[in-house]
Design a protein around this ligand. Structure first.
Ligand SMILES: Cc1ncc(COP(=O)(O)O)c(C=O)c1O
Length: 380
């Protein structure tokens, strides 16, 4: 039976508490650390850095968007500089380029991972050099929906032209490429702890730096660029981007369940794959091979209307009627009115998947019964 309005709402991806978050928050209240920074921030950063491994220094910030912004600043992106961004992503991957006065140059995806196409990336770099006389200042690949981008190829192109990589790993904490965690490849990497992500701090993010010095500089920019003087001295423009000690308390509790959350999202993806196998016109997005160990932050499907009998938007409305939240895939940045004038290097991939795709409920708190209910809406 297809779900009715009376069924409980199934959300796309809800915050999922582990159990100890409130203990850390209580500790902050008991010790009166209800301020920005404090022991929870330090401990959260230490746990996150250890989780990602060697040469990872996490700085906890107010958002993933803030992390991208501070990464770009430290890569020297300024007025008029071009930055290559993946077109198929959420706007927060590209907007910080504009905050810096730069210009995003969008590159399309390849079909295997849906992330930045390394061949097009090189074409774009060469064409920008020819047109502007300069190489782009940075490259921002994204591990979209938890699927690792082709980092070997992307980093090889980046290295060939001496352009630094800022990894947008906002959706990919826990994912691995060739046995190495997403967020450990670029000069910098951004993570998000927004309410719908693998783990949450209610809202927050982190910039992953490669050295202590970069981490210290990130903290400096994130706390109004206040110089080390007894009075307030400012020699650079700073930001108010640090994470609060309360939010970091949630993060500490969430780190205890991170592995379990990733495992459950992978299980949910496997369950969808099994239950939807052979459904005409429905393809569940898979990873292209063992090198790409996606966290499957969200399970995505492509809907072919000729074979399925309706398009993705009609299916989305059917879900809505059954009290189930689904979401169209990200609308590519080169199709966004706000970026109508930005240069774009395309191959048709992101436009095609945007015209067919839906994200299915994938939160780690969902039960198998919830997934059965979602599948029923597709099948019956
Ligand atoms: C790909 C991507 N980049 C960046 C962000 C920005 O993160 P935040 O919402 O924490 O600012 C998000 C998520 O919101 C995202 O999905």
């Amino acid at each position: 039976m297809v779900g009715t309005q009376m069924d409980k709402k199934i959300w796309l991806s809800l915050a999922h508490m582990g159990g100890h978050e409130q203990d850390f928050i209580k500790e902050a209240f008991d010790t009166n650390w209800v301020v920005p920074l404090g022991p929870n921030v330090n401990a959260f950063e230490a746990t996150l850095s250890a989780y990602l491994g060697k040469d990872c220094h996490a700085v906890a910030l107010s958002a993933g968007t803030a992390a991208l912004h501070l990464g770009l600043i430290q890569l020297g992106v300024g007025a008029g500089d071009e930055v290559i961004c993946q077109s198929f992503t959420f706007a927060a991957s590209a907007n910080p380029v504009v905050y810096c006065g730069g210009v995003p140059v969008f590159v399309d995806s390849e079909e295997e991972t849906w992330n930045m196409d390394p061949v097009l990336l090189e074409e774009a770099i060469l064409d920008r050099k020819e047109k502007t006389g300069k190489y782009p200042k940075a490259i921002v690949p994204v591990h979209l929906y938890g699927m690792p981008a082709k980092m070997d190829e992307i980093c090889a192109v980046a290295e060939k032209y001496g352009i630094p990589v800022l990894e947008d790993a906002a959706e990919a904490l826990g994912a691995e490429y060739k046995g190495r965690k997403c967020g450990t490849f670029g000069e910098f990497a951004a993570l998000s702890f927004n309410g719908n992500k693998i783990i949450t701090t209610s809202g927050g993010g982190a910039l992953i730096c490669r050295t202590e010095e970069e981490a210290a500089r990130t903290k400096f920019y994130a706390t109004q660029a206040r110089e080390n003087r007894p009075y307030y001295q400012h020699e650079k423009i700073g930001y108010n981007y640090r994470m609060s000690n309360i939010c970091a308390g949630i993060g500490r509790g969430q780190m205890e369940v991170l592995d379990a959350h990733v495992a459950r999202r992978r299980e949910i993806h496997a369950l969808y794959t099994k239950l939807l196998a052979g459904t005409p016109g429905i393809t569940v997005k898979q990873s292209p091979g063992a090198d790409f160990d996606s966290s499957f932050w969200l399970t995505c499907i492509l809907v072919e209307p000729e074979k399925f009998g309706m398009d993705y938007e009609a299916l989305r409305r059917k879900f809505e009627a059954a009290n189930i939240e689904t979401r169209p895939l990200w609308k590519p940045m080169h199709m966004q009115p706000v970026y109508a004038d930005a240069p774009f290097y395309g191959n048709g991939t992101s436009e095609k998947i945007f015209s067919q795709g839906l994200c299915l409920p994938s939160g780690s708190s969902l039960t198998d019964e919830d997934i059965f209910r979602v599948v029923e809406v597709i099948k019956f």
